[in-house]
Ligand binder design. Structure first.
Ligand code: G
Ligand code: G
Ligand code: MN
Ligand code: NA
Length: 252
């Protein structure tokens, strides 16, 4: 409860930050990014989102936090665009947030107020969204797709849902979970799983992002199997948008 109260206060005080982690192509060029929420404390430490997002979900605060995240995402898109670095950015959307009655209106409002192009915004959802009310979920995804937004399945391969949804949903991208990437290229079954996901995605015409790429050996394996987008500490940590812009300008 203390955490919940502190989170409400931090949000109201403007203490939460949205960082961005670059996604790169096979040549290491930044082609997009994922927005990740950060909660810095006065002593310089950070409360990890893995701790406060579940609390926000539990308490309903995710509704405000999620709306804030959408507005931050629009601002980040525009900030990169203004720096000559227009690229799509992904924002994580929790199931509770997605299921709010006015979620589509919220997205529309954030886009309209900011003037950010919907085409540069990707919504990352998890397989958890698919456990129930599949038809409602798909209908809502179509509404958002019609606005120009795209969908990515986060943590792909770790959920329990049937893969039938891949056929039914308007998807743009799959993100291969870090737990699979971690054990490549040494572990034979992880390698086989990653290769299978890449092949399946190619057949379905879906873009793939490999998450948590930390070593050159992992990158080499992914590139050899035609994965064309990587995200991980090997390339870039999550950082403030201004820091990413500075880094990209320095490198070009
Ligand atoms: O950045 P880090 O790996 O610690 O993030 C941990 C978890 O928090 C991830 O599962 C990520 O999806 C989630 N997360 C980070 N930022 C956001 C956000 O803005 N909204 C939601 N719903 N989840 C987020
Ligand atoms: O669950 P989701 O994919 O949204 O969250 C991504 C999380 O993974 C973020 O918390 C981010 O900080 C973290 N992350 C990103 N790249 C790496 C990496 O190379 N290694 C590890 N261990 N974590 C990473
Ligand atoms: Mn994510
Ligand atoms: Na993930």
């Amino acid at each position: 409860l203390t955490l919940e109260r502190d989170l409400v206060a931090a949000l109201a005080a403007g203490e939460l930050q949205m960082h961005v982690q670059a996604q790169v192509d096979r040549d290491g060029r930044a082609v997009g990014g994922e927005l990740l929420m950060r909660w810095p404390l006065a002593d310089g430490s950070m409360v990890p989102p893995g701790v406060f997002i579940p609390v926000a979900e539990e308490s309903g605060l995710i509704i405000h936090l999620g709306a804030w995240a959408l507005r931050q995402a629009c601002a980040a898109v525009l900030q990169l665009q203004a720096a000559g670095l227009a690229m799509p950015l992904s924002v994580n959307v929790s199931p509770t947030q997605f299921r709010q009655g006015d979620f589509v209106a919220q997205v529309q409002q954030a886009l309209a107020d900011s003037g950010a192009p919907a085409q540069l915004l990707v919504l990352e959802v998890t397989e958890g969204l698919l456990i129930d009310k599949m038809d409602d979920t798909i209908a809502r995804m179509h509404q958002l797709t019609a606005l120009g937004l795209r969908f990515s399945i986060d943590d792909f391969g770790t959920g329990y849902s049937s893969m039938a949804y891949l056929k039914k949903m308007p998807l743009y991208e799959l993100k291969i979970d870090r737990s699979f990437i971690m054990d490549t290229p040494d572990d034979a079954s992880s390698k086989a799983l990653v290769q299978s996901i890449l092949a399946m995605a190619a057949h379905l015409g879906l873009r793939v992002v490999a998450e948590g790429v930390e070593t050159q050996a992992q990158a080499d394996f992914l590139i050899a199997h035609d994965c064309n987008c990587m995200q991980g500490y090997l390339y870039a940590r999550p950082m403030p948008v201004a820091a990413l812009i500075e880094q990209l300008h320095r490198n070009t």
